[in-house]
Design a protein around this ligand. Structure first.
Ligand code: EPU
Length: 339
């Protein structure tokens, strides 16, 4: 494994922030990484794993060995009349994996088209969109225990999935390297078209019995119309999580702001509100200060128009948090990892 020094991470984070890694290498096989660890050469610095770099805000140079996950490959491991189990290497681009499944007419992840990032990063925060989360089709993942060097298998229960949450963001943080993920996909499609604008797009196109491809295309169309393409404008998708509040707090908000949209939370009396609504109502949508801004079509997305720094984006996010808290009494939680 070739290790480089003082490498710009600009191509490795979707905000396009130009900070440097003290050391940088690509992991193309688990064996190569294990050999590197056994050599003891880079044991004195922390190891930081990145996938597509689509959920990080880099505020300073990284004094670590940054390891870009590049373990590739997609394979079918099992098949019945109704289901197919497909395992992908952690470095596979998530959207490519979705398209692979869609092309083979395997259903279950088509609503998750165009989410930036890699397969290995997907379970970290149980990525989700348009009424579907990866926990719905997740079967297991294999991860290297960084302390023991043993590959361990985690089923869905062990991953402790929640809304943008998993074991790997909490008790398991920094302790494992996810190497591959296996999904149980359906051969007979059960499509989820109820959420958001999917049905509207299908209606507009006069599609009554949508295929898996139709749903995936509708999601792509919606995302492209609202969310900035990181290749054009640096961003990290939703910067904050949608806040969940108690039933009493929800009543207070609905009484004060009768037009506020809300969603029930499955299996709970809590209510979820769209963070983008609070941010827009607080006047931030389309805001720009230098090259740091709030996207004009989706207030939940912070953008780097070119030369913003991580600290400028962080400062903007803090201002947004404060203003939403003082206007609505709601505390926004960051979805993106600040480094
Ligand atoms: N809204 C506004 N103003 C805005 C944005 C949103 O008022 O600027 C309100 C509207 O009422 C809208 C509602 O928020 O109807 C929901 O907006 P949208 O459908 O765009 O979804 P979201 O709740 O803002 C979440 C995910 C997205 C995911 C979409 C679609 C989170 C933190 N974000 O956003 O995920 O694509 O739903 O399912 O849960 C991501 O995690 O990076 C991401 C993009």
């Amino acid at each position: 494994m070739k290790v480089f020094e003082h490498v710009s991470l600009k191509p490795h984070n979707t905000f396009g922030l130009d900070v440097k890694a003290r050391f940088f290498a690509e992991i193309t096989s688990l064996e190569a990484y294990i050999r590197l660890c056994e050599s003891g050469k880079y044991a004195q610095v922390p190891h930081l794993f990145v996938g597509g770099g689509s959920n990080i805000l880099l505020t300073k140079d990284v004094d670590a060995l940054v390891l870009k996950m590049d373990i590739m490959g997609i394979e079918v491991t099992q098949e019945t009349e109704e289901h197919i189990w497909v395992r992908a290497g952690a470095g596979v681009i998530w959207h490519d994996f979705v398209q692979y499944a869609v092309q083979h007419q395997w259903a279950g992840i088509e609503n998750l088209a165009l989410i930036p990032g890699t397969v290995g990063a997907a379970p970290m925060q149980n990525i989700g969109a348009y009424g579907v989360e990866i926990k719905d089709t997740f079967d297991y993942l294999d991860a290297l225990n960084l302390e023991t060097g043993v590959l361990e298998r985690f089923d869905a229960a062990a991953c402790q999935f929640g809304y943008r949450e998993s074991f790997f963001k909490h008790a398991g943080k920094g302790l494992y390297l996810i190497a591959s993920v296996c999904f149980k996909l359906a051969k007979k499609a059960e499509l989820h078209t109820a959420y958001g604008a999917i049905q509207d797009v299908l209606n507009e196109q006069g599609i009554q019995n949508p295929s898996i491809q139709d749903v995936s295309n509708a999601v792509i169309q919606i995302r492209q119309s609202k969310l900035p393409d990181p290749k054009e404008i640096g961003n990290s998708g939703s910067f904050f999580k949608n806040p969940t509040v108690s039933a009493t707090e929800a009543e207070r908000l609905k009484a004060s702001f009768p037009n506020i949209p809300s969603y029930p939370v499955m299996g709970s009396t809590e209510v979820k509100f769209p963070a983008g609504w609070f941010i827009e109502q607080a006047g931030w949508k389309g805001f720009r200060d230098g090259d740091a801004g709030v996207h004009a079509k989706q207030a939940l997305v912070l953008v780097n128009y070119g030369n913003a720094t991580g600290l400028q984006l962080l400062a903007l996010s803090e201002k947004i948090k404060k203003s939403v808290e003082s206007k609505f009494g709601v505390l926004l939680e960051t979805e993106v990892n600040i480094l």
